[in-house]
Design a protein around this ligand. Structure first.
Ligand SMILES: NC(=O)c1ccc[n+]([C@@H]2O[C@H](COP(=O)([O-])OP(=O)(O)OC[C@H]3O[C@@H](n4cnc5c(N)ncnc54)[C@H](OP(=O)(O)O)[C@@H]3O)[C@@H](O)[C@H]2O)c1
Length: 311
């Protein structure tokens, strides 16, 4: 028995991913990594009730705090099944209201969506099975060509993203840009990590679930937008490309991370079940390298330590 760790499984796409994982991986331990243990327990209860999966556990993880990431690693390392066959970095936020910062003082969209998942991944490397998969839930909003209506990403440096200058623009514009940029960071990180793991059988991929209305992602939007998000946007799936239900996207995410069908996929970007090219910027190796280097510095990890963790 090995472990499949899923972040952000208490709601939306992650919940459906955990549900489907329970049905395709009955012999593995599924770890619901969640910031609210009560929601984690409710998630386990619902999935166990439906699938009868006997090995669902929840462990506390708040991506708003690097100390919490370290505590998660410590708890996981002492668990009964500390060998990872799949790590699914799915949790994420989109904040279009007041700027928030993480416990360590990083802008929270960048901290929660990029820095903490990278930290989690690095700290968990010693527990990876030789054929493990690592999957990052990204988004089509990272690609200006996709015309999603969300502000386009702007990547200059990780330090500017971690400590943004005072804003001279509307909060929702800055918030959307931070979100799309954090999703670009997920893809840059996937490609860089895969390159650094090129002499192993570990596979790293990025996943776009498509637009998935009705999830908790729109929680900082206005009441009207939240109403539309829950009740009107779902109907658009009949007319617009790449709009999905959480159930569909969660299933595809679980398959990408665990199913045999994707065992040869390494360093790729998937729109749903289909491999496609990501944005031009995402293939920029200078961006990939500089994001990695500065992120690792921000996390307080020495460059030589990352080589040891990835060895
Ligand atoms: N919905 C879309 O249209 C869409 C499109 C493209 C990509 N995505 C991506 O898909 C992923 C899942 O989003 P979703 O739409 O399913 O949204 P969601 O329903 O809000 O789910 C987000 C999950 O992340 C967790 N989370 C948030 N902050 C956290 C933190 N500080 N520490 C640990 N967990 C935290 C939430 O936990 P709580 O239950 O405790 O809040 C929840 O389980 C995100 O990465 C998002 O960027 C979504």
């Amino acid at each position: 028995m090995k472990s499949i760790i899923i972040t952000g499984a208490t709601s939306g796409i992650g919940f459906e991913c955990a549900r489907h994982t329970a049905s395709i991986a009955p012999g593995e331990q599924i770890v619901i990594a969640c910031r609210d243990v009560k929601s984690g327990e409710n998630t386990i209860q619902a999935i166990a009730h439906e699938t009868g999966h006997p090995n669902l556990v929840c462990m506390p993880l708040d991506l708003n705090s690097l100390a919490s990431v370290r505590n998660f690693r410590d708890q996981f390392s002492k668990s009964s099944c500390p060998c990872i066959i799949a790590l699914i970095n799915n949790a994420g936020i989109q904040n279009i209201s007041q700027t928030q910062i993480t416990e360590e003082g990083f802008e929270s969209t960048f901290g929660v969506n990029h820095l903490a998942p990278l930290y989690l991944t690095l700290l968990l490397m010693p527990f990876m099975d030789s054929k493990a998969s690592i999957t990052f839930t990204a988004s089509g909003v990272h690609d200006p060509k996709q015309k999603t209506g969300i502000e386009h990403p702007v990547f200059k440096s990780a330090r500017e993203l971690a400590y943004p200058a005072e804003m001279e623009e509307k909060l929702h514009i800055a918030g959307q840009r931070r979100y799309s940029t954090s999703k670009l960071c997920n893809i840059l990180t996937s490609y860089e990590l895969q390159r650094r793991l090129s002499n192993t059988a570990i596979r790293v991929n990025a996943f776009d679930p498509g637009l998935v209305p009705g999830t908790g992602l729109a929680r900082t939007y206005s009441p009207l937008m939240r109403f539309l998000w829950r009740n009107v946007f779902p109907l658009l799936k009949y007319f617009v490309h790449n709009i999905n239900t959480a159930e569909n996207s969660g299933k595809r995410l679980a398959n990408l991370a665990y199913s045999e069908d994707y065992k040869e996929s390494k360093g790729k970007y998937f729109e749903g079940a289909k491999e496609i090219r990501s944005s031009i910027d995402s293939y920029n190796e200078d961006f990939q390298h500089t994001l990695w280097k500065t992120s690792v510095e921000l996390l307080g990890i020495k460059q030589e330590e990352t080589s040891v963790l990835l060895a």
